[in-house]
Design a binder for this molecule. Structure first.
Ligand SMILES: [Zn+2]
Length: 545
């Protein structure tokens, strides 16, 4: 007996010990799927394979009630929140772009006049407008810059704003190539040049995006050829979608739009992310590295066809398969047990208003068409204050902000505060408006509701206009008459996945209130960073071992 026990103890001793939960991951992979509602993970769950979303849902800490707590639910602001743990009122990224009243021009959230593209023509992007550090920035400093932080996306703003100010490599797509800006590097690494030379991006020309599932799987969706769907760069409204662009015979700029509005855009990005892991030896160098991957194609597809389309179901299923392949790659390359995977999104999306009104006649839903709305405002202010002869009242409408024209104010001899108040009073009576405030009211606002709190977090005195508004549910800002959008404080725009899968987390479903702002602080706790990013987020300690 005693011998047996000794033998057993010896045997047990020989077994590899389970890794201590405090052991740090060698690679943190932050996956952000652009325009991805949390409810896609339940509505489409029956169609998922085993290694993608299901792997995260079954083995991860799944926060089912995670919402952005800002009103301008857009790509730039969303990606800025994920790893800074702060909102636009603090990090400065209030919108994808904003009107700079002093310079009298629109400023793109990652524009940097001092930077140019590397290996491609055009203006460079950088985090110059971002006012807070990211998790990656703090990790780079804490590791004496040994940790590598690499951020890749189809879109520059997603890659730049997750990567941060001190990232070792930030790459995004410019037509057929992946590029960076002179803010980060003066030349492209060899593995990026090799990827660009491989011709992967142009290799999809002429491919056809057809359904991944049998036709009856789409029965819960809206009709495939709904008249309020877009036709996206030659893709057409219904399956199958040819990926050529408007010109079927040769590659033109619209080919790249078509490619990005299809699952092939995500295949390209996943291939580039694999090249990044190999090229930068991520997770294999004895320190914790970070890889951020921002899949943008889900957003282009969602804008064009809407969340109830065959295309969004199909895009989600393709994303599931692409993620499964990518996780298998990580397992072979780094070992999934050494990885900490985070899944989230930068925002959700509104239903197509005409899909709502087609099913419920007269429903309180629609588009606020920007140009007619501007004309109504011009007429209203001219009735009240007299028509300006030379200038228009409105200088710019940008991201739920209206900027008054200082020339018109001067010409009519009226104060901006008085006109702002009159304009806000007018807009409040519009059917589509949920909340309207002047800039001064926003500055003084003590929020007393969720909408007000969310607007406050999207407010910046220099980046918000004279009047700032939020639309009611099922109303979107309209420039065209097809497809849909996001950018409002409602759950369908704000409720996104937040999932952590890795040794430091206790798998399970967590229904506590959470937000993507919690990702930065939570990862900082796991990585033992003394200076966690954040201020608006919390450590999701209920899910930590
Ligand atoms: Zn987005």
């Amino acid at each position: 007996m005693r011998t047996l026990l000794t033998a057993l103890l010896v045997f047990l001793h020989l077994l590899p010990l389970p890794a201590a939960s405090t052991e740090r991951p060698s690679l943190v992979v932050v996956v952000s799927i652009d325009q991805f509602r949390q409810e896609y993970l339940t509505r489409f769950a029956a169609h998922f394979a085993d290694g993608g979303f299901r792997r995260l849902l079954s083995r991860g800490a799944v926060f089912t009630n995670a919402e952005f707590d800002h009103s301008l639910t857009m790509t730039g602001p969303g990606h800025a929140v994920i790893l800074t743990g702060t909102y636009g009122n603090v990090n400065g990224i209030t919108a994808n772009s904003w009107w700079d009243a002093a310079a009298r021009r629109e400023v793109y959230c990652v524009a940097d006049p001092a930077a140019t593209l590397v290996g491609a023509a055009g203006n460079g992007s950088s985090p110059a407008n971002l006012m807070t550090p990211t998790l990656g920035d703090e990790l780079r400093l804490a590791s004496g810059f040994r940790a590598r932080v690499v951020s890749v996306s189809n879109k520059d703003r997603a890659a730049v704003l997750m990567g941060g100010k001190l990232a070792s490599g930030v790459f995004w797509m410019a037509e057929s190539t992946f590029t960076t800006s002179t803010y980060y590097a003066t030349s492209l690494p060899g593995w990026v040049r090799e990827f660009n030379n491989s011709g992967v991006v142009n290799g999809y020309f002429g491919r056809v995006w057809d359904r991944a599932l049998p036709e009856d799987a789409y029965a819960g969706c809206d009709r495939d050829d709904a008249p309020y769907e877009g036709t996206g760069a030659g893709l057409g409204r219904a399956f199958p979608h040819p990926v050529t662009g408007e010109d079927r015979t040769r590659i033109t700029p619209s080919y790249y739009s078509a490619l990005l509005t299809s699952p092939f855009g995500s295949e390209v990005l996943a291939a580039f992310a694999r090249a990044a892991v190999r090229g930068e030896q991520l997770g294999k160098r004895g320190v914790t590295d970070v890889l951020c991957v921002g899949f943008s194609s889900n957003d282009y597809v969602g804008h064009t066809y809407g969340p109830n389309s065959h295309e969004v179901l199909d895009m989600t299923v393709c994303t599931d398969r692409i993620l499964a392949d990518f996780f298998n790659f990580l397992d072979e390359e780094v070992g999934l047990r050494n990885c900490l995977i985070v899944l989230t999104s930068d925002h959700g999306v509104a239903p197509v208003p005409e899909y709502v009104t087609a099913n419920v006649a007269g429903a309180d839903a629609g588009r606020v068409m920007v140009e007619p709305a501007k004309a109504m405002i011009e007429a209203s202010l001219s009735r009240r204050f007299g028509p300006p002869a030379r200038a228009k009242w409105i200088e710019a409408v940008s991201n739920n902000s209206i900027h008054l024209n200082p020339d018109a104010l001067r010409e009519r001899g009226v104060d901006a505060a008085v006109v702002s108040q009159a304009l806000a009073d007018t807009l409040r009576r519009w059917k589509a408006m949920a909340a309207v405030f002047t800039n001064a009211q926003m500055a003084a606002l003590s929020p007393s509701s969720t909408i007000e709190r969310r607007m406050k977090r999207s407010y910046h005195p220099l980046r918000t206009g004279d009047v700032f508004y939020a639309l009611k549910p099922y109303w979107i800002e309209g420039y065209g008459t097809t497809g849909t959008s996001h950018g409002e404080p409602h759950a369908y725009d704000a409720h996104v996945p937040v999932i952590f899968a890795g040794r430091a987390f206790r798998p399970g479903t967590y229904r506590t209130a959470a937000s993507p702002a919690d990702i930065g602080p939570t990862l900082a706790a796991v990585l033992g960073l003394v200076f966690p990013p954040g201020g608006d987020g919390r450590v999701l300690s209920e899910a930590l071992r």
